[in-house]
Design a protein around this ligand. Structure first.
Ligand SMILES: [Zn+2]
Length: 40
């Protein structure tokens, strides 16, 4: 069973949570929409 992470902005899928994080950071900019993001 492979767990995949889907981008909340587009329909991209990632096998790694870090890959998804990098994707969001690079493609969609820095928006702390995911839990566990930078605290404010
Ligand atoms: Zn995306």
């Amino acid at each position: 069973m492979v767990e995949q992470y889907s981008c909340p902005y587009c329909e991209s899928l990632f096998d790694d949570k870090e890959e998804l994080s990098k994707h969001i950071d690079r493609i969609h900019g820095d928006s702390g929409i995911l839990e566990g993001s930078k605290g404010n």
